[in-house]
Design a protein around this ligand. Structure first.
Ligand code: PLP
Length: 400
């Protein structure tokens, strides 16, 4: 928080006003500082800044005012002490693991995570002696059984991608803490506008800023939010040395995104709820996954833990991959792209795109079938989204 922030501000106000100081130019919109380095008045000041005795800007790999404004604002929105911006969501996860874990230690991660996250743990971090066990997100016994004496981190996404399963953050935080481990939550689907995991006991939050924080599909970036020691010292220290940090231009775009986050999340949720309810009654649709549907297995938990159900709807069509691809190809309005959280509706076939590199057993365990489609519901007029999908479903049915 900056000294001008108010502790009682709600999420919309924080998104608009938290975390930055005007420069002497008295600009009303945040300035961008596209400079790679900063100057010092003299040699002694340079030494004091490098030594950390005097705070201030040094070099934009690790200190930049625009990036700092984004970090302060997101920290305030999540209710965290500290936030670090990263080059991507993946580098936020990488930096967290590299800064806080050691070879020989163990992570428990849910199956229902972003495909590349699963791949980072099982194909890359494993080479440095960090072992990961995967468990079904909502099977609390499996989480408990997977914990070993060297388990240091529990990692999850809730709601999960792409099936929108919802995990009880409070319960898993208690389990982690009972075993001296930390709980890390990827808060991509809800954003702080709908869910604040730190208040529920999570230790760290991961963001892919690429998604809803930007909201308009422009920039790739990420963030880690949490306590001062872990985030501002350890994760910061790793990023300062390793380098996958956020650029000032991207930070400025994300700052603009945060301004409309609360409003956008309300709009995404309204359209997604209507689309999910409509999809349930369409021929050829076997199953609809959306936490806002009363028959979603964790509907009650989502209603308690989140202040909205979010913008991601997934559904399974009869006829497997062929039918699912015909639906994708039958859309005219929706964008066929793997991105999500955009103001424009996007449609994806997870089994052959976002989760295509995961081994088939891992996909099956995560419930990602060949007939599954994921829609990130945008802010177009609901009737236009519905009509586009109705046309695609009809075309897919005729092709069968
Ligand atoms: C996209 C995504 C990531 C990775 O973020 P990038 O910005 O693409 O690196 C991580 N977690 C979730 C849930 C995502 O959707």
């Amino acid at each position: 928080m900056s000294e001008h922030d108010h502790p009682d501000w709600g999420p919309a106000t924080l998104g608009l006003r938290a975390g930055w100081e005007r420069t002497p130019e008295q600009e009303h919109s945040e300035a961008i500082f596209p400079t790679s380095s900063f100057t010092f008045a003299n040699a002694a000041e340079a030494a004091a800044r490098f030594g950390g005795e005097v705070p201030g800007n040094i070099y934009s790999r690790f200190t930049n005012p625009t990036v700092r404004a984004f970090q302060n604002r997101l920290a305030a929105m999540e209710g965290g002490d500290a936030c670090i911006g990263t080059a991507s969501g993946m580098s936020a996860i990488l930096a967290t693991c590299m800064a806080l874990l050691n070879g020989g230690e163990h992570v428990v991660c849910s199956y229902g995570v972003f495909g590349t996250t699963a791949s980072l743990f099982s194909n890359h971090l494993s080479r440095f002696g960090l072992e990961t066990s995967f468990v079904p997100l909502t099977d609390y016994e499996a989480w408990a059984d997977a914990i070993r004496p060297n388990t240091r981190m529990l990692f999850l996404e809730t709601p999960s991608n792409p099936l929108t399963e919802v995990a009880d953050i409070e319960r898993l935080a208690a389990l982690a803490h009972d075993h001296g481990a930390m709980l890390v939550v990827d808060n991509c689907f809800c954003t702080p506008a709908l869910q604040r995991p730190l208040e529920l006991g999570a230790d760290l939050i991961i963001h892919s800023a690429t998604k809803y924080l930007d909201g308009q599909g422009r920039c790739v970036g990420g963030a880690v939010v949490g306590d001062h020691e872990r985030v501002a010292e350890k994760v910061f220290g790793f990023l300062r040395s390793a380098g996958p940090t956020m650029s000032p231009f991207n930070a400025w775009v994300f700052l603009k995104g945060l301004e409309t986050l609360a409003l956008r999340m309300r709009g995404h949720g309204e359209n997604a709820q209507r689309l999910a309810e409509w999809l349930q009654h369409q021929p050829g649709v076997r199953r609809v996954h959306y936490p806002g549907l009363p028959d979603h297995p964790q509907h009650a938990l989502a209603a308690r833990q989140q202040s909205g159900f979010g913008g991601i709807v997934s559904f399974e069509v009869a006829g497997g991959r062929e039918a699912a691809w015909r639906v994708v190809d039958g859309t005219r309005l929706m964008s066929i792209t793997a991105n999500l959280g955009d103001v424009r509706t996007t449609i994806t076939h997870p089994a052959t795109t976002t989760h295509g590199r995961n081994p088939p057993e891992q996909r099956a365990a995560a419930g990602i079938t060949e007939g599954l489609l994921r829609i990130s519901v945008g802010l177009e007029d609901f009737e236009d989204i519905r009509r586009d999908l109705a046309g695609a479903l009809a075309a897919a049915g005729e092709g069968a």
